[in-house]
Structure formats: structure tokens, C-alpha cells
Design a protein around this ligand. Structure first.
Ligand code: NAP
Length: 470
């Protein structure tokens, strides 16, 4: 894949880059390793000042940064601005919370026959981050902010279609004051991931991307015995039960499917509706989906911009055609427009069957699958009947059902009467083929820490646990 910015609204190639040479990659890893030795000796208070400066820069430069993201991958300008703001919020969150998340944790010293015993969280070194284009700033920031606050350094291999956003991130952390090499963008193709992750100076990897990329990185990491966090695809269920507020559910379902032009790992993709309310919900949902305006992502009136690539657009159309050819019904959309740009209309498909691709594959665009079920148990069976387990949504006003959904949905999160979203305060990640490990919250920061047990016997100095967190 060429490393280049191509505007998805026009198909025009705007800027291309030569991939880095083996020598340049080696030099970048060396700088990341040296920066790690420097960073781990800094105080949390120092790193807090740098990360706060990064948040200030993001906020001050929000509009230019947003415009760049829209140009590189087609999200609406409004969504891009919100993404920049979210990144600044995450920087401030980790700047403020790092001292608490990294503080020594006292243990029961008497139970382990020590005079003092505690757990200390320490950085591990340079971490490789392989990232996708769909939230080109946010996906990186939710790794980078906690990693840098913990004292690790980052090597970013971003998706090949967002090189300018990747370079912007390196520049951001440098200007915020982090040491040279603390965060480095590697302009390389995915074939170079093996070289980087095999290098002994690189201690771990995090990947957000497709199942295939996850398997590939996990194989390399297995061979090299390195820790990985994998945030992979999803085919999130959105269950609607008879007691649900149908108007609100249909509105939120539309946003949950079409936000980011339908290209979100945690987009609701399968709408599983109880037969008692199926027809009413289907009508409202298709009406909302049809009313969305598709067009120029810079236009403030646009709801849905283009898909990020021609291949991505062709793939979702092939999934829809496959379903239709095997007997599915299209309630709205289903035909890409002619003309430049990789647009696809919001589409609702029903009468789906297990032999259709849409039943089991992730659909990465504004296309919703609508399923009719006749009971709670059947809703759970369809919702969990997928290889993925990232997010999930359930709509019901029945308190007992709300409790049951929270337990029974086999996913990394359950949102009741809402839509799956990521917050710095809450852990984020999946089960099954959606990956493993967690980002965000204290857990996300500790994924790339050495959780070190410290046991001190007779003759200990008097300083207690807690001395480490400045
Ligand atoms: P992708 O093709 O897997 O690309 C993601 C990143 O992995 C890119 O940097 C890509 O580099 C790299 N890559 C691809 N194949 C690789 C391989 N074999 N070895 C090493 N690196 C490899 O995914 P995408 O199509 O861009 O993104 C969409 C997918 O990401 C969807 O499945 C979506 O659900 C998932 N996603 C998951 C989350 C989550 O948090 N769970 C969040 C967002 C997206 P190149 O660009 O150079 O190919």
C-alpha cells in the first residue's frame, strides 16, 4: 500500500511519501530507547506538564488538525473537530490521574511475612503502536497519553493513508516538550512491522485494526515473547425489546450505525428487534437512515461523508449484493452514487440468513442489518452468535431485562438505552475475535507497565509504600 494522502471525497492523491529505509528505522528505534532511559527518570509532575501542553496545543490548533483528518480519510469536519477535543480531554485526564494510577499499592505485609509489601507500576520501554485510519488522532492518543505518562516511549506505525496525521502527532509531542524520540512516527508499510517488533529494544506492541492484522502481529509477538494488546473488529448488536422507547432507539440506532461514515469498530452493525415492535422500529429506522445527507465532508450540512477508500466502498457494496442475491430485502439505500468520491448511501437490509456474508462478517460502512427475533433468549442467541465481541447495545425499560443483558451479552461492554462510546474513565476492549487487553482507564495505563511486586523483610527502612509516586 503506498504511503500517501488521497482525498476520499475526490479520489485525488495529494501527497506521497517514500517509506523509511532499514537504517532510518533502526535509528528511530535507537532514539526511542534512549528517550525511554531519559523519560523513566523524569517525575510524574514533569510528564504532566508536557501532556497538558499537548492538550493546549490540540485545542489551539483544533480546526487545522480537523481539516487535515477530513482530507485524509473523509470523516465530517464536525466529527473531526470533536475528535481533536476528545484527544485533548484524554491528555488532561491522564495528566491528572497518572499519580493515582501509578501510585504504589500496599499489600498485606503480615500475610506474606514481610515488614512491607507493595506493588509498584513501572514503565517497560519503547512500545510499537500499529494504528488504523478511522479515528486517526483518537486511536493513537488513547495509547500515547497513558503510555507517555507512565514513562514509556512510543513508535507509531500508522495506517498508510493517514501519513500527515501521523507526522502531526510526532510533532505535537515534540512541541509539547517531551524528549526527542519519546514519540516517533515510522513511515513504513505493514511488512516492516516484523522487523520493528523483533528488535530487542522494542518491548511490546498494541494494534488497533482488523482481525487479520491482529493475527499477524500476535504471531510475531508470540515468537518474540512480547506483550500485545489487540483492539480488533466488531459486529456489535443493538437489541430493541418491546418496552423500549422506540423513537429514541431509532434515532440513536441511526447515529450508532452511521457515525464516522459507518467506519467505527464499535458502530452498531446488527439491529436485533423483537417481533412485537419490529415493523414500527424498521419504519422509523429506515426513515432516519434515508434522511441522512451524504456529501462533501467539509459541508456543515453533511451527515455522512465518503468511505475512506475505494476498496472499502467496493467491499461493503459486495456484502450488500451478496445478501440481496441470496434473498435479503433492502429497505433503503443499497446503490452507490456515480461520480467522483467513494460515497455510499445509508442502507438497511433485512431478511438476512446465516449463509449471507453480512450475517457473520463485519460491515465497515453505513449499512445496517435488521434481524427479527421472538424472545429475549433468541435475541441473546443472535446477538452472541458472532465471532466478535467488542461492544453491545440493548434497549429496554424493564429493569430485570437490563440486568440480564448486562450479564448475558458476550462483549467487552454493554450500553443499555444508549450507544457504545469510549470514555477515558472506562476500560475499553473486546472478547473473542475482537481482541484482548484493555485501553483507557487505569487498566489501559497499566497494560504497558511492569507490575512489580516488592517484598521487604527485617531491616527495612521506615519509608512506606507510596513513596514512589511523586
Ligand atoms: P487494518 O487493515 O488491519 O489496518 C490497521 C493497521 O494495521 C494499519 O496501520 C495497517 O497498515 C496495519 N496492518 C494491516 N495488516 C497488517 C499486517 N498483516 N501486519 C501488520 N500490520 C498490518 O485495518 P483497517 O481496515 O485500516 O481498519 C479497520 C479495522 O480496524 C476494522 O476491522 C475495525 O473494526 C478495526 N478497529 C478496531 C478498533 C478497536 O478499538 N477494537 C478501533 C478502530 C478500528 P497499512 O495501512 O500500511 O496496511
Amino acid at each position: 500500500m503506498p504511503i500517501a494522502t488521497t482525498n476520499p471525497a475526490t479520489g485525488q492523491v495529494l501527497k506521497s511519501y517514500d517509506p523509511m529505509s532499514a537504517e532510518q528505522i533502526d535509528a528511530a528505534i535507537e532514539r526511542a530507547d534512549l528517550a525511554y532511559r531519559q523519560l523513566r527518570g523524569t517525575t510524574i509532575a514533569q510528564r504532566e506538564r508536557w501532556l497538558t501542553a499537548a492538550a493546549d496545543l490540540l485545542e489551539a490548533e483544533r480546526d487545522e488538525t480537523a481539516r487535515l483528518m477530513t482530507t485524509e480519510m473523509g470523516k465530517t469536519y464536525a466529527a473531526a473537530k470533536a475528535e481533536v477535543t476528545k484527544c485533548a480531554t484524554a491528555c488532561r485526564f491522564y495528566a491528572a490521574k497518572a499519580a493515582e494510577f501509578l501510585a504504589d499499592e500496599p499489600a498485606d505485609a503480615a500475610a506474606v511475612k514481610a515488614t512491607r509489601a507493595f506493588v509498584r507500576y513501572q514503565p517497560i520501554g519503547p512500545v510499537l503502536a500499529v494504528m488504523p485510519w478511522n479515528f486517526p488522532l483518537w486511536q493513537v492518543m488513547r495509547f500515547a497519553a497513558p503510555a507517555l505518562m507512565a514513562g514509556n516511549t512510543g513508535l507509531l506505525k500508522h495506517a498508510s493513508n493517514v501519513p500527515q496525521t501521523a507526522l502531526l502527532l510526532e510533532d505535537l509531542f515534540r512541541r509539547a516538550g517531551f524528549p526527542e524520540g519519546a514519540f516517533t512516527t515510522l513511515l513504513v508499510g505493514s511488512a516492516e512491522v516484523d522487523r520493528v517488533l523483533s528488535d530487542p529494544r522494542v518491548r511490546a506492541a498494541t494494534l488497533t485494526g482488523s482481525e487479520g492484522a491482529g493475527r499477524s502481529i500476535a504471531q510475531i509477538a508470540g515468537r518474540e515473547l512480547k506483550k500485545t494488546v489487540l483492539e480488533l473488529g466488531g459486529s456489535d448488536p443493538f437489541v430493541v425489546m418491546p418496552s423500549a422507547d422506540l423513537d429514541r432507539a431509532a434515532e440513536v440506532a441511526t447515529t450508532a450505525r452511521c457515525q464516522n461514515n459507518g467506519q467505527s469498530c464499535i458502530a452498531a452493525k446488527r439491529f436485533i428487534v423483537h417481533a412485537d415492535v419490529f415493523d414500527a422500529f424498521a419504519e422509523k429506522f429506515a426513515a432516519h437512515m434515508s434522511a441522512l445527507r451524504v456529501g462533501d465532508p467539509m459541508d456543515p450540512d453533511t451527515d455522512v461523508g465518503p468511505l475512506a477508500s475505494e476498496g472499502g466502498r467496493d467491499e461493503i457494496h459486495a456484502q450488500v449484493r451478496d445478501a440481496v442475491d441470496r434473498g435479503a430485502t433492502v429497505l433503503c439505500g443499497g446503490e452507490p452514487p456515480t461520480g467522483p468520491g467513494w460515497f455510499y448511501p445509508p442502507t438497511v437490509v433485512t431478511d438476512l440468513r446465516p449463509e449471507m456474508r453480512m450475517w457473520s462478517e463485519e460491515v465497515f460502512g453505513p449499512v445496517a442489518g435488521l434481524y427479527r427475533v421472538s424472545s429475549y433468549d433468541e435475541a441473546i442467541e443472535v446477538a452472541n452468535g458472532t465471532a466478535f465481541g467488542l461492544g453491545s447495545n440493548a434497549w429496554t425499560r424493564d429493569p430485570e431485562e437490563q440486568e440480564r443483558f448486562a450479564t448475558d451479552l458476550d462483549a467487552g461492554n454493554v450500553f443499555v438505552n444508549g450507544m457504545t462510546t469510549s470514555y477515558p474513565e472506562l476500560p475499553f476492549g473486546g472478547v473473542k475475535n475482537s481482541g484482548y487487553g484493555r485501553e483507557l482507564s487505569a487498566l489501559g495505563m497499566r497494560e504497558f507497565c511492569n507490575t512489580k511486586t516488592v517484598w521487604v523483610g527485617e531491616g527495612a527502612a521506615t519509608a512506606g509504600a507510596g513513596a514512589h509516586a511523586e
